[in-house]
Design a protein around this ligand. Structure first.
Ligand code: 15L
Length: 270
């Protein structure tokens, strides 16, 4: 059987860098796209390094050729000017989806963010957590772009029968420590992130799905039921780090899903 080829955009970003070693496996080639320079392929790594922008239709057509699945992580990962957000996150995602459709890629995983629903209040979460498909309440232009990415994914799934899974990522970092106390709520461990992407890649005929991307943190306010229905099982819990994060979340962090993004100046790169 030929190798499965998984295209990852934004492969040199924070999440992409964490996923590269974790999503490599026998029978799979990772095609890694980024504008930034990437480490060359290691001796035992089946990777193809590609350089280019998700905003360039010619680049996207070339990298989608022969790919079986796509994980779209590319784009600005924090607040930026409206123009940059529009060009890269919104228009870029349409370019990515269009190229995927033209290349016949049937399985697409899109990185959304908790900031698509950043103005949801923690108190809205029931015992099982905020549903993964709770409607958008963006906290920034960045959050608006993620809400549009979700809508674009829904459009391509409905129109063209593609399987599109959108992951509302909490905070995916090596540990929750740099995130401060909010990380005890939002952390997605890199290993859990890889488990979740594997579930998204292999779930049979999911159609369009929104799922939360968080670990099974003691203090989480997000439902994991939707991700678990795809086969995700979290093994990690940010609470392991609680002693290293003794302070309490600020009132904004405790009140709103998006934490400090809710008060950050709009359109300003931080
Ligand atoms: C995000 O969406 C960002 O990409 C990431 O850098 C973190 O800030 C994360 O949200 C978060 O909320 O912690």
């Amino acid at each position: 059987m030929p190798d499965e080829r998984v295209l990852i955009t934004g492969a040199a970003g924070v999440v992409g860098t964490l996923m590269r070693p974790r999503l490599c496996r026998p029978g799979r080639v990772l095609r890694l796209l980024d504008l930034a320079e990437q480490p060359a392929a290691g001796a035992d790594e089946a990777v193809e390094i590609m350089t280019g922008s998700v905003t360039d239709p010619a680049v996207m057509a070339a990298v989608c050729e022969g790919a079986d699945a796509l994980i779209h992580l590319g784009g600005h990962s924090r607040e930026n000017s409206w123009k940059a957000t529009l060009d890269v996150n919104i228009d870029g995602t349409r370019t990515v989806l269009e190229a995927a459709r033209e290349a016949g890629i049937k399985r697409v995983i899109l990185a959304s963010s908790n900031h698509a629903v950043g103005f949801r209040r923690a108190e809205e979460a029931s015992e099982t957590g905020l549903p993964a498909d709770v409607s958008p309440r963006p906290d920034t232009y960045y959050g608006v772009s993620k809400a549009v990415i979700e809508a674009l994914g829904s459009l391509y799934a409905s129109r063209f029968g593609m399987d599109v899974i959108v992951v509302r990522i909490g905070s995916c970092f090596e540990t929750p420590i740099p995130l401060g106390p909010r990380g005890l709520i939002t952390w997605l461990s890199p290993d859990d992130g890889a488990r979740l992407f594997e579930a998204c890649l292999s779930a049979p005929s999911p159609g369009y799905q929104l799922v939360w991307g968080v670990s099974d943190n003691t203090r989480r306010i997000y439902s994991l039921a939707e991700a678990e229905a795809l086969g995700y099982q979290s093994h990690d819990n940010a609470e392991t780090f609680a002693e290293q994060l003794p302070t309490k979340p600020t009132p904004t962090e405790a009140e709103y899903v998006g934490g400090s993004f809710c008060t950050a100046p709009l359109g300003e790169f931080d």
